[in-house]
Design a protein around this ligand. Sequence first.
Ligand SMILES: *[C@@H]1O[C@H](CO)[C@@H](O)[C@H](O)[C@H]1NC(C)=O
Ligand SMILES: *[C@@H]1O[C@H](CO)[C@@H](O)[C@H](O)[C@H]1NC(C)=O
Ligand SMILES: *[C@@H]1O[C@H](CO)[C@@H](O)[C@H](O)[C@H]1NC(C)=O
Ligand SMILES: *[C@@H]1O[C@H](CO)[C@@H](O)[C@H](O)[C@H]1NC(C)=O
Ligand SMILES: *[C@@H]1O[C@H](CO)[C@@H](O)[C@H](O)[C@H]1NC(C)=O
Ligand SMILES: *[C@@H]1O[C@H](CO)[C@@H](O)[C@H](O)[C@H]1NC(C)=O
Ligand SMILES: *[C@@H]1O[C@H](CO)[C@@H](O)[C@H](O)[C@H]1NC(C)=O
Ligand SMILES: *[C@@H]1O[C@H](CO)[C@@H](O)[C@H](O)[C@H]1NC(C)=O
Ligand SMILES: *[C@@H]1O[C@H](CO)[C@@H](O)[C@H](O)[C@H]1NC(C)=O
Ligand SMILES: *[C@@H]1O[C@H](CO)[C@@H](O)[C@H](O)[C@H]1NC(C)=O
Ligand SMILES: *[C@@H]1O[C@H](CO)[C@@H](O)[C@H](O)[C@H]1NC(C)=O
Ligand SMILES: *[C@@H]1O[C@H](CO)[C@@H](O)[C@H](O)[C@H]1NC(C)=O
Length: 769
Amino acid sequence: MDNSSASHVLFLLWFFAATFSCCKGNSNVSCNEKEKQALLIFKRGLTNSGNTLSSWSDQADCCRWEGVLCDNKTGRVRELHVGNLNLHGEISHFLLELEYLNYLDLSFSNFNCTRIPSFLGSMASLRHLALFGFCGLIPHQLGNLSSLHYLDVGYNSGLYVDSLHWMSSLSSMKHLDMSFVDLHAAPDWLQIMSRLPSLSELHMQNCQLDSLNPSLGFVNFTSLLVLDLSGNLFNHEIPNWLISNISLEILELVKNHLTGNIPESIGQLKHLKVLDLQINSFSGPIPSSLGNLSFMGELILNDNQLNGTFPKSLALLSNLNYLAIGDNFLAGSLDEVLFTKFSKLKVLDVSQTSLFFNVNSNWVPPFQLEFADMSFCKIGPSFPEWLKTQRSLKILLMSMSGILGKAPSWFWNWTSNVYTIDLSGNHIEGDVSDILLNSMILNLKSNHLKGQLPHLSANVKVLNIANNSFSGSISTFLCHEVNRRNKLEVLDASNNLLSGELSDCWRYWSSLIHLNLGSNNLSSRIPYSMESLVVLKALRLNNNSIFGDIPSSLQKCSNLTLIDIGENHFSMTIPLWIGKMPSLDILRLRSSGFKGHIPLQICQLSSLRILDLAENNLSGPIPKCLNLINAMAMRPNSANGYVRESFSNFSPYFDSLMLVPKGVVLEYEGNGNLGLVSIIDLSNNNLSGSIPIEISFLSELHLLNLSRNHLMGKIPEKIGTMKELESVDLSQNRLSGEIPPSMSNLTFLGYLDLSYNNFSGRIPSSTQL
Ligand SMILES: *[C@@H]1O[C@H](CO)[C@@H](O)[C@H](O)[C@H]1NC(C)=O
Ligand SMILES: *[C@@H]1O[C@H](CO)[C@@H](O)[C@H](O)[C@H]1NC(C)=O
Ligand SMILES: *[C@@H]1O[C@H](CO)[C@@H](O)[C@H](O)[C@H]1NC(C)=O
Ligand SMILES: *[C@@H]1O[C@H](CO)[C@@H](O)[C@H](O)[C@H]1NC(C)=O
Ligand SMILES: *[C@@H]1O[C@H](CO)[C@@H](O)[C@H](O)[C@H]1NC(C)=O
Ligand SMILES: *[C@@H]1O[C@H](CO)[C@@H](O)[C@H](O)[C@H]1NC(C)=O
Ligand SMILES: *[C@@H]1O[C@H](CO)[C@@H](O)[C@H](O)[C@H]1NC(C)=O
Ligand SMILES: *[C@@H]1O[C@H](CO)[C@@H](O)[C@H](O)[C@H]1NC(C)=O
Ligand SMILES: *[C@@H]1O[C@H](CO)[C@@H](O)[C@H](O)[C@H]1NC(C)=O
Ligand SMILES: *[C@@H]1O[C@H](CO)[C@@H](O)[C@H](O)[C@H]1NC(C)=O
Ligand SMILES: *[C@@H]1O[C@H](CO)[C@@H](O)[C@H](O)[C@H]1NC(C)=O
Ligand SMILES: *[C@@H]1O[C@H](CO)[C@@H](O)[C@H](O)[C@H]1NC(C)=O
């Protein structure tokens, strides 16, 4: 609609309004008809308005529509609160008809990444404007909104500015949120913001800003209370202007690259309640002047390079509820007296420091913590008895903290109200056979716990008790009546002394996603009933004494991405149905007595990245069809690849796998290289025939080990196209002929063993070989 026809319609609307607008009976203010018609046109521009704006009907008084607020004297629309209605579509410029509109909230909408309409700049009465779901350049016209107090364009992913000069005229601005707007084209942002005399809240998180202008001595931010500049690119010291003459209450500079000391002068920010400087490169001591900041509630300094001790002056901070100083080079003792005034403390993070608690065993702290992270610091050797007094704790992280000996008798019962517990990598002893565990996430890995496996309530989701000394029969645990209600998703009991059979109680464990019973003394068949594990993604039974068949019922576990049943005694052929596991990413059958040919069906596993069939009695040729394994032949798209699940931000669980990349056994971690590497290891079998030339199509393969077989013939000419190869071992075969010149193209090759073959000619030269 062009301008002239728009004004024509507007005239008609006005005429209609002026002529027929009349009172709605019982109320003495009713909406202005012209504004009502404008709102109805606005509604028509929205695609989902039928549901969300159902109260906006022509029959009803528009002052009674949802989200519409009228002036109670004049009946003119003053406020539109439609932010939570998830509007889609187009914003009609008929909104301009709402001459007295001072509040427009379009947050939580989705305008399909269109540009912010520039006509909004003509809505001269606007005081409050919140926009969401837009992209592109923020129109300069918004600079005409001289009454604007509140502007929120934050968290729009595709907005940017070419300058901020147009903002200088927004002299009433109090609250400005431009988080995630790309502001890199406005290096003078600071000067412009400081000219907004009433500005009290400034949020510019993740705006690609690269400097806080440390050379400016003074910036006139006298009204500023909240400053959030997290996630930018600052890589210098804290500038002086930030500290002097500002009455800040909240300062957030999280996740920049700020350096130098935290200045002692920070104690001048007397009103400070929240100081969040985590994830930067600050060094030197924690300034003792912080003890002057009596309003301080949240002091967050973790993930820096601070050193020295915890200043005694900070004991004065009686309002402190959040103290995070972990992941620094801090050292020294935390004495009881330090905590005397911390009665409000709820969050404590001292992890990855050399701080230690110097407290009596009968210490009753004044606080009730909800979160405690004391991982990788010196808590032990004795168990922290004071934890017993903590009745609100939800998350306790205390891995690798040097605790020795038996957990006190109250401990296991006490854990039942804690959701997440990580005590891994200590030296905790004891028999927990009769304990009923109730925490959602329990990581007790690498301790000295013994006895039968504990009992589980239906609340437990993750149980990691790997690398302890649990013994007894696994079937007692699997079939125990108490455990039948479990909803366990992760069970890692690997590296223990468990024995017995994988009995037929798997129907009680159908929530399992990751099962690891590797490196125990299990002596069992794989029961048919494991088909109950329909959501299982990772099955690890390696390094036991498992024998017999792999039941075809395992096909029902169609989400399996990782199968590791290596180091067992199967003495059978590789089942053909394995080719029908659609998600299989990792197959490890190493050293398990498999015989017969490698089935061609293996080539149907298009997601396969790790194939380890080494140290078996496999004979016959290497399948020519290996080039069909997409994950090895093509750059993997993000959809495939090993699922790196974590289950929790705190104490995440990842699968790991033992592989032999370059003649050495290495553990590959699910949160690291396991998700990145691609391997074929067929070494130490009786494979014969030649190396199929199709193998050179596997351009994403990192490690190839075909050593100790009876392979004959030449190395494929085009091996040089396998450009990701890091390690090649073809030793101890009967290969012959020349080493292909294309090998000199393998720029990542760091390990090559061609010994004990019958090659002729010279080794091609290259930087790597
Ligand atoms: C509107 O109604 C209020 C009470 O509801 C009354 O006090 C006021 O006088 C009325 N105004 C007009 C203009 O009728
Ligand atoms: C009209 O609104 C003002 C402020 O919005 C309020 O203070 C006043 O009480 C209201 N008057 C009536 C009659 O509702
Ligand atoms: C959103 O924009 C895209 C591309 O401009 C268009 O194809 C699509 O139809 C739009 N969707 C809606 C709901 O308007
Ligand atoms: C609004 O702003 C634009 C650009 O900043 C300017 O050209 C225009 O004259 C202004 N309009 C009004 C009505 O102030
Ligand atoms: C700082 O800004 C305030 C408010 O705009 C003003 O009154 C004051 O004069 C300014 N001070 C300086 C030194 O510019
Ligand atoms: C800023 O604070 C310093 C003291 O920290 C004072 O000397 C100076 O006058 C102040 N400047 C302004 C403009 O308020
Ligand atoms: C602030 O703290 C420092 C160091 O703790 C101290 O020397 C100074 O006197 C304190 N200043 C005020 C105003 O309390
Ligand atoms: C802290 O680190 C600095 C170097 O960044 C060093 O000069 C200083 O001696 C260290 N202080 C302590 C107490 O270790
Ligand atoms: C464990 O706690 C329950 C209540 O949560 C209590 O009834 C029971 O006596 C406690 N057991 C031990 C051994 O302390
Ligand atoms: C098992 O625990 C011991 C200490 O109990 C530790 O030294 C070892 O590294 C752990 N092994 C693994 C694989 O985590
Ligand atoms: C496999 O996983 C997907 C998503 O992770 C899930 O939607 C599906 O239900 C799972 N399959 C089975 C058989 O549970
Ligand atoms: C190495 O790679 C280049 C480019 O892919 C190719 O032109 C060249 O022939 C290769 N060299 C050998 C010896 O195969």
